[in-house]
Design a protein around this ligand. Structure first.
Ligand code: SF4
Ligand code: SF4
Ligand code: SF4
Length: 298
């Protein structure tokens, strides 16, 4: 079983205040766009709608219509790096930029070593790494950005910034073993209260993750993959690193790039149709939600 430290996110305690999102930006000096109306209105409280090159953490909102006039089935989730034990990003990285911290198991990076290949983004089964600057592959100044687990704080005896700010105690940090037993206890309580789908997420997935989730509702309400996988090709790239060095591994990665793109888990992009007030899945063209403004729904 994975050892070290873990962040525990208990979705059943989260009030979606987004204090953790703000704390992450403050501690890590990550700006937000300040101009008026820089963000298109999309009918969702999820803001920004996805991780981006300056946003390492977002609170997700499942806003399924439950049939009531103002009815929204609130299910809050957390999207950020899961700090996998079998970390596809670390295996795919040809430059040694991404690494596991030995003591905690958190997956951090040395930005100076990033060569902008973006293999980590394609390999990650949780669609996490983003890049600052640069366009396509190997575009010079593109540099990775993702949650580091606030390893700089942990090494100085502090909890991650997001955990420190959470008022309802939805976030905790400590030995992974302890976090897991707290999570399991909570799930038992939720089940006893009638939440039959309650579960711990991250105990076994990709070798065990160093971010554990307590989920109150079914998995699909949290946009988490049921069975995250590391591509076998990534395993080969990892194995070749000590033999071939950075350049050759990057080349092999390039040959497999289309394959990796197909394997990576990508969340669906949503578009808001201002005329019909529909939220549309860009990939399938399906209307996933209609906003009834006259009935007062926002
Ligand atoms: S700070 Fe805590 S309660 Fe607020 S959104 Fe983050 S996890 Fe949820
Ligand atoms: S969630 Fe993605 S970026 Fe984070 S450790 Fe796992 S593979 Fe790497
Ligand atoms: S651990 Fe640190 S970097 Fe990661 S989401 Fe929390 S505040 Fe942000």
């Amino acid at each position: 079983m994975a050892e070290g430290k873990a962040i525990l996110y208990d979705a059943s305690r989260c009030s979606a205040c987004k204090g953790c999102q703000v704390a992450c930006k403050c501690w890590n000096l990550l700006p937000s766009p300040m101009e008026k109306n820089t963000q298109e209105w999309n009918g969702s409280m999820q803001c920004p709608p996805d991780l981006n090159h300056r946003t390492r953490l977002i609170i997700t909102f499942d806003e399924a219509d439950n049939g009531k006039k103002y009815g929204i089935n609130w299910a809050f989730g957390r999207r950020a790096c899961m700090h996998c034990t079998d970390a596809a990003c670390v295996m795919a990285c040809p430059s040694g930029c991404l690494y596991h911290d030995e003591e905690t198991g958190m997956v951090s990076f040395d930005r100076d070593k990033c060569i902008g290949c973006k293999y980590c983004a394609m390999a990650c089964p949780f669609d996490v790494p983003r890049h600052i600057g640069g366009g396509g592959l190997f575009s010079g100044d593109a540099k990775i950005n993702k949650c580091t687990g606030c390893i700089d704080r942990i090494k100085n005896g502090r909890a991650p910034a997001c955990v420190t700010t959470c008022q309802p105690g939805a976030l905790q940090f400590g030995d992974r073993e302890d976090m897991l037993s707290i999570a399991k206890e909570r799930v038992e309580l939720l089940k006893a209260k009638g939440f039959e789908s309650a579960q711990v997420y991250g105990e076994e997935q990709v070798g065990g993750t160093h971010v554990l989730h307590v989920l109150k509702y079914p998995l699909e309400q949290y946009e988490l993959p049921e069975n995250p996988q590391v591509s076998p090709l990534i395993g080969v790239m990892n194995w070749m690193k000590p033999i071939l060095g950075v350049g050759a591994v990057a080349l092999v990665g390039g040959l497999g790039i289309s394959f990796l793109t197909g394997v990576g888990y990508k969340r669906h992009e949503m578009h808001y149709d201002e005329v019909n007030h529909d939220i549309i899945d860009v990939e399938t063209g399906e209307v996933v939600r209609h906003i009834d403004k006259e009935a007062g729904e926002r």
